[in-house]
Ligand binder design. Structure first.
Ligand code: SAM
Length: 214
């Protein structure tokens, strides 16, 4: 039997890890915690919104959708967000969460500003090159046990631990036409990419590097 299994529980899809006692991974944008966060969100309270320069109608491609939270937050703030996810399973969980959010009066407008695609973002960007903002949040390198990411993100990291992350997506992103390219990085990342960022915003955990385009 394979380690991971996608199953339907009470009408909701979830991913089970038979090697872990952690509760199965399912995605929802309607949890009270996430709702509080998006309702309070602004450029001042959310670092990502500041990094992206969020505003109504801004066309953002989130190349690494993952749990969809950051992309959703930007859509809630009025951005037109294209979410790209490479993993078939994570794409499916995201689709399920977005379909449920369509019926939530607090969230349906934001869902209407989101398009979700299952694709490798490198391939997607090679076809669709012109954006206001290109956003990349790659999986961070695995950490020591004491500083593992928490909850759902920990699940995601375990599930996707064998996926490649070799910087080629960033190289492709630089070939696009954008006003801003924003890359999320661990705070202490030593810089060794093609180009130094033009600016950054950070808190005590993470940093968003900002590259200016046209
Ligand atoms: C760290 S998670 C992103 C978390 C996300 N920002 C959020 O708010 O939940 C990275 C996600 O990007 C996806 N990913 C990584 N490289 C990708 C690529 N080249 N194309 C599409 N998806 C990719 C992974 O499958 C994973 O789900």
């Amino acid at each position: 039997m394979s380690r991971y299994r996608l199953s339907l529980v009470d009408g909701k899809y979830c991913l089970r890890d038979s090697f872990s006692s952690q509760k199965p991974l399912s995605l929802s944008f309607s949890s009270p915690r996430f709702l509080r966060r998006v309702k309070a969100a602004s450029k001042n309270s959310e670092l990502l919104a500041k990094a992206v320069g969020s505003r109504k109608g801004l066309k953002v491609v989130d190349c690494t959708a993952g749990l969809g939270r950051e992309g959703f937050l930007l859509a809630y703030l009025g951005c037109e967000v294209t979410l790209i996810e490479r993993s078939k399973v994570i794409y499916f969980l995201l689709l399920d969460a977005l379909n449920s959010a369509r019926f939530d009066p607090d969230l349906k407008e934001a869902v209407g500003r989101i398009s979700l695609y299952r694709s490798d973002a490198e391939e997607f960007l090679s076809q669709y090159r012109s954006w206001d903002v290109v956003y990349i949040d790659p999986m961070f390198p695995e950490k020591k046990k004491t500083s593992l990411p928490k909850g759902d993100m920990q699940y995601l990291q375990r599930f996707l631990s064998k996926e490649k992350n070799d910087g080629s997506l960033l190289k492709m992103a630089f070939r696009c036409q954008f006003r801003r390219l924003v890359v999320k990085r661990p705070l202490k990342t030593v810089f060794n990419e093609i180009k130094n960022p033009d600016s950054f915003v950070q808190n005590d955990k993470i940093r968003y590097d900002i590259y200016s385009g046209i």
